[in-house]
Design a protein around this ligand. Structure first.
Ligand code: IMP
Ligand code: MG
Length: 427
């Protein structure tokens, strides 16, 4: 999708996350100069399979696996610094050069141990099914105007003052939530003292780097995390994450305006999955769900939880086309459907009142009651994993993709037929 007129691309998840963004970013990063993560944090798990080795990246942009690219963690990310350094060590141990290639926004907010404790404590009553990585409490502090940012590490006495307030507040909240654990100011101060000399040398205004690169005609890939239906505004609230996972988040989270963006690629699975609680209208019956989970290895890359599985939901993807302004789709994991004789596709919803739903219901109670209307498309019952162009696919697989494209109202640009880097069709 990169060409001289399209130098700034966004890749987003167009369902509930885990669509295979890591793989698409890896494929596109080969042609990019910069890859930027712009929201979310260590809740993400982006799997990249190189054949001989595979990587699960949580905070480092997936572009790190291409030596030529510079990777940036933007201001919209909530950064868990301890996790980041553990991840850096892991990729370095696998032979990836990181020094001089990874920079972090000095405006990014820090996820600290007390955020993770608060996340887990809140789960006992809210039951969102979070990843427990402290994401919600850190964004809460950010919008509450009391967060700690990377830039605060430049003045540790100031950071200490912010921490004193934050730790006292965290302990009050823990008490309110009826949790016995308490957090220690001393431990947090020591942690920041330890992290500052490691973080500050790579902390900078990453938005400026992106802006300058675009001015010079370089190619920038903005890598989203999670998916549209987990967006705090557009997702299945309250069963969402705490950031804007849709393409608008790429602007605020990377520090460039919308006029710089030339295209938005939405990654969708050829079916649907979701991890965590909340409605999933096209969830399959137990037998098919287990079959999809087994064939698609549908277990969380961050938490190991089994993913809930169901059929392609065109209502979801059409909605995603709108809220993201998708200019193209990448359909992943087509090969997972290879053995099915017939494949249901959700084309619309019927509400509890028996009438068709015009759009995505705003509340999860209504969405939880809709009945998907299915079309049953013939399966192809042939192995597609070796296909490298559309013509290599069985006619029924091509008809399946054509139908997804028509229903979604966005052109398919990529089809992925396996986890490996080379198992991709460019349309
Ligand atoms: P949180 O982001 O940890 O607060 O979790 C909120 C919701 O988003 C839960 O349903 C999680 O399972 C889901 N979630 C968060 N990150 C991911 C992801 O990277 N892939 C899929 N689901 C995610
Ligand atoms: Mg994932």
């Amino acid at each position: 999708m990169f060409d001289p007129k399209h130098t700034c691309l966004v890749v987003v998840g167009a369902q509930w996350g885990d669509e295979g963004k890591g793989k698409l970013v890896d494929v596109l990063a080969e042609r990019a100069d910069h890859v930027v993560r712009y929201q979310g944090g260590a809740n993400a798990g982006h799997t990249v399979d190189l054949g001989a080795t595979s990587f699960v990246l949580h905070q480092i942009p997936s572009g790190i696996l291409h030596e030529r690219t510079t990777c940036l963690i933007g201001n919209g990310v909530v950064l868990d610094p301890e996790q980041l350094f553990a991840e850096i060590d892991e990729v370095k141990a696998k032979g990836v050069k990181v020094d001089g290639r990874l920079f972090i926004s000095d405006r990014a907010h820090l996820v600290l141990p007390y955020h993770k404790l608060l996340d887990r404590a809140a789960e006992a009553s809210q039951q969102i099914g979070t990843t427990g990585r402290g994401i919600g409490p850190t964004y809460e502090a950010k919008t509450g105007r009391r967060g700690l940012r990377v830039a605060d590490l430049r003045d540790l006495s100031r950071a200490r003052a912010l921490l004193t307030e934050a730790v006292a507040r965290a302990n009050q909240t823990l008490e309110l939530l009826g949790v016995a654990d308490r957090v220690s100011l001393d431990e947090h101060v020591k942690l920041l003292e330890r992290l500052a000399p490691k973080l500050l040398p790579v902390a900078t205004d990453t938005g400026r780097i992106v802006f300058r690169a675009l001015k010079e005609g370089k190619r920038v890939l903005l890598e989203g995390a999670q998916g549209a239906l987990l967006d705090v505004d557009h997702g299945t609230y309250p069963f969402v994450t705490s950031s804007n996972t849709t393409a608008g988040g790429a602007c605020t989270g990377a520090g460039i305006g919308p006029t710089y963006i030339d295209g938005v690629l939405g990654v969708v699975k050829a079916y649907t999955t979701r991890v965590g609680n909340g409605p999933l209208p096209t969830e399959a019956d137990t037998e098919n769900e287990e079959r999809l989970r087994k064939l698609g290895h549908e277990f969380g890359a961050t938490t190991g939880r089994p993913r809930r599985c169901g059929w392609f939901d065109a209502m979801v993807v059409r909605y995603s086309v709108r809220v993201n302004g998708l200019t193209g789709l990448a359909v992943t994991k087509l090969d997972v459907l290879d053995t099915f004789a017939e494949i249901p596709v959700g084309v619309s919803y019927t509400g509890a009142d028996g009438k068709p739903c015009e759009g995505m219901p705003a509340d999860v109670e209504t969405l939880g009651q809709v009945k998907p209307v299915y079309e049953r498309l013939p399966g192809w019952q042939k192995d597609t994993s070796a296909a490298r162009k559309l013509a290599d696919l069985p006619p029924a697989a091509r008809a399946y993709l054509d139908r997804l494209q028509d229903l979604s109202e966005a052109p398919i640009r990529y089809v992925s037929v396996g986890t490996r880097r080379d198992q991709i069709i460019e349309v």
